[in-house]
Design a protein around this ligand. Structure first.
Ligand code: SF4
Ligand code: SF4
Length: 101
């Protein structure tokens, strides 16, 4: 089995730093380490690592984060794993010895 790689610039994740109050909850719940604190405000480190699980947006008290959860990568990977579909729209599986685009 190869390793998943996410496609570039397809994620719906967005952060409004003006609305952020710096509570840090999004950082605690993100399984991908996408968000970090920068001078008291949440900051996106690498949007392309986001799997659109929705945990950050669902737990943000000020609605500073938006993401279309359940329609992107996480849903595609879960559906694929359950045999519902064969395509995972936001990522590819790199086979051993193959080069990634
Ligand atoms: S949607 Fe999930 S993976 Fe993406 S930044 Fe939020 S918590 Fe992290
Ligand atoms: S959960 Fe919302 S308010 Fe709290 S640090 Fe993250 S973006 Fe800012």
């Amino acid at each position: 089995m190869g390793q998943y790689h996410y496609l570039k610039d397809v994620v719906t994740l967005a952060l409004s730093e003006d609305k952020c109050v710096g509570c840090g909850i999004c950082i605690e719940v993100c399984p991908q380490g996408v968000i970090a604190m920068n001078n008291g405000t949440a900051h996106l480190l690498n949007r392309d690592d986001c799997m659109e699980c929705g945990a950050c947006a669902g737990n943000c008290p000020t609605e500073a984060i938006t993401v279309e959860a359940g329609v992107g990568c996480a849903a595609a990977v879960i559906n694929s794993a359950l045999g519902r579909t064969n395509d995972a729209c936001c990522c590819i599986i790199e086979k051993k010895g193959a080069s990634c685009c």
